[in-house]
Design a protein around this ligand. Structure first.
Ligand code: IFM
Length: 439
């Protein structure tokens, strides 16, 4: 196979999030979050665990930065725990919490690694949940204020800001399906949360720009699982093109167009007050879009969503469909008329790993990454403006309702000793970075 080299300056990174790796939930004045509360509900987390220690990254961040440096990683996407900085969600700043992120950013810059900061990766302060959380319209303003606090503190060194991670998950897994914190099962609440999250994103985008400087860039990270035709038949292609896409339509579309389509309006209808000006705020101009991609949805004209055509699955039970990433990038390129640079802010796979003589030979994860990186390369060749790629994840970590039973890391974590071990996929990624592509 010929080499697949990326454009000069293409950015190779890794990603994590605060609650999944930091631990230290009771330290240095951090306030509780909805995930601390949710993990205490019996049966909420499959292995009964929580993120109170996780990868102990709060204490081991220097070692983790050194690990990234040893792999040649060029950018690191991490999230800030809102309740570490504002224990009540608003009001008094917890300086010690802020200091942690100062130390982390300094260590990254010292290692030559560009920080991408996500402001919200699901750990809402419990104090705000007590006031309705995202179902309360005021949440948009709370979030914008918190965003400004962070940019004022780190904006001299951090230039790349991501408002929200996967608002679909926050709204629907959190408020309708009860699988994520805060664990509610109520459609109306989910619709409200979805709209307020988008409003929060728009207001925070404006607040970040106001507090930042000319180099400040703002984006949002959305999760996608695009519809693909189950076969190449015309009927399947038509069915896939016409099927609703509940990840794309309620989030990407209003951000791009400043409008909800009729299907989404019907779904939100009545549940939430959409005020004049909301959609213009939601569509505030962005500097980039963050794309999280793991899998696609196969649609057949006859059978609807197809899960059984002998696909390969990851340990999450997700079909491995690199062609979906290519299709998605081309659609985004088309829908944004090539005007919005894209970063793949998450892509990766969970598989069960075994340690053999001190090594993890995770060839399935290597194959997954190779196929998806090739798909990104193809999209760039065909015109998509993709600027970077972040592997999810740097470390094995706390996988939400799965607890510690999923393994996405390039680096294995032994949770009894906290020892880190670079897997073969980590060494593979080091080569990708060194070569700026697949050779
Ligand atoms: O671990 C999560 C992450 O927090 C958000 N995106 C998907 C990942 C894998 O499920």
């Amino acid at each position: 196979m010929s080499k697949q080299l990326f454009p000069p300056g293409f950015l190779w990174g890794t990603a994590t999030s605060a609650y999944q790796i930091e631990g230290a939930v009771h330290e240095d004045g951090r306030g509780p979050s909805i995930w601390d509360d949710f993990c205490r509900i019996k049966g909420a987390i499959r292995d009964g665990s929580d993120g109170s220690i996780a990868c102990d990254h709060y204490h081991r961040y220097a070692e983790d930065v050194a690990l990234m440096r040893s792999l040649g990683v060029q950018a690191y996407r991490f999230s800030v725990a809102w309740p570490r900085v504002l224990p009540q969600g608003r009001g008094a700043i917890n300086q010690k919490g802020l200091d942690f992120y100062q130390r982390l950013v300094d260590a990254l810059l010292e290692a030559g690694i560009r920080p991408f900061v996500t402001l919200y990766h699901w750990d809402l302060p419990s104090a705000l949940n007590a006031q309705g959380g995202w179902t309360n319209r005021d949440s948009a303003g709370w979030f914008a204020d918190y965003a400004a606090v962070m940019v004022r503190a780190l904006g001299d060194r951090v230039k790349d800001w991501i408002t929200l991670n996967e608002p679909w998950c926050s709204a629907y897994l959190g408020y309708e399906l009860g699988k994520h914190a805060p664990g509610y099962r109520d459609r109306t609440l989910a619709a409200r949360a979805a709209h307020h999250l988008l409003l929060a994103h728009g207001m925070a985008t404006q607040a970040i720009r106001a507090a930042g400087d000319a180099q400040t860039r703002v984006g949002i990270t959305l999760n996608f699982a695009p519809n693909l035709p189950a076969t190449d038949s015309e009927a399947d292609r038509k069915a896939a093109a016409e099927a609703p896409d509940w990840l794309y339509e309620p989030f990407a579309e209003p951000i791009f167009t400043g409008a909800y389509n009729a299907r989404v309006l019907e779904q939100l209808g009545g549940a939430v007050e959409i005020r004049a000006g909301d959609l213009a705020t939601i569509a505030t101009r962005l500097d980039f879009l963050g794309v999280n991609y793991y899998t696609a949805t196969l649609i057949s004209a006859e059978r609807g969503v197809v899960n059984d055509d002998n696909p390969e699955y990851t340990l999450m039970g997700w079909q491995i469909r690199p062609q979906g990433l290519y299709a998605l990038l081309m659609r985004l390129h088309h829908d944004t008329r090539g005007q919005l640079p894209i970063y793949i802010t998450e892509n990766g796979a969970s598989f069960e790993d075994t340690v053999v003589d001190g090594h993890v030979h995770d060839e399935r994860r290597v194959a997954y990454l190779r196929a998806h990186i090739a798909a990104v390369h193809r999209a760039i060749q065909d015109g998509a403006d993709v600027r970077g790629y972040f592997v999810w994840s740097l470390l094995d970590n706390f996988e939400w309702d799965w607890g510690y039973q999923q393994f996405f890391g390039l680096v294995r974590v032994d949770y009894t000793t906290q020892a880190r071990l670079i897997k073969d996929s980590g060494y593979f990624y080091r080569e990708v970075i060194a070569n700026n592509g697949l050779v």
